[in-house]
Ligand binder design. Sequence first.
Ligand code: F6R
Length: 241
Amino acid sequence: MRIIKTDDYEKMSKEAACLVASEIIENPKTVLGLATGSTPLGLYKELVKMYEEGKIDFSQVTTFNLDEYIGLSNTHEQSYHYYMNNNLFSKINIKEENTYIPNGLVVDVDETCQIYEKEIDEKGPIQIQILGLGENGHIGFNEPAEQFSKNTGEVVLTDSTIEANKRFFDKKEDVPTKAVSMGIATIMKAKKIILLVNGAKKAKALKAVVEGEITPQVPGSVLQLHDNVIVIADKEAAMYL
Ligand code: F6R
């Protein structure tokens, strides 16, 4: 793992944007794995800026998102479809048909997950997977468990994740309790992984991910087994490293 410590959130976001932009410039048909949540908002802002300045072209880029809540429509303001359109896709020249996000409103979740996994295999490999980190060490929505999850599948969110994400909803009861998430094995197939972590709240989890035992109780610790991971953390998140 390569660790880049930055002074603040803005610098973390800029470092990540430079890595993503270099990849797109080198390989215009690149496939990106994307995350949602608060952490990558600065990265997306930087990418939009670079696009507006004519530095990057998304016309041939394909994206796969990590996850989506089950039960929220694509137009729900807290759905990850809405988030991606609002924060990135509507502001760049990416083709809608090249953006993949699991559908949270399906009847047959298993079938949808299998199709998603197949699409990643067909269009992939994912060249750069962006990840954020949960306070409980989760990546994607792969929560602490007895075993590392494999492929894209349905996950039940832990109380800690619901608690952390309730800030986006009117009340805790509105946070969906289930999601579809790329599995750990899916994430590990990416050629390069960029883990973004900011803020003191994530410091313990980051230490466990980077220096702790590799255990499904800390899902992100599996990244120690990947040979091309870049952790970009601001100084608060990196304080115990
Ligand atoms: C989001 C995702 C999650 C978040 C994590 C951190 O697509 O997969 O793993 O990255 O929960 O969320 P924030 O960035 O809101 O602290």
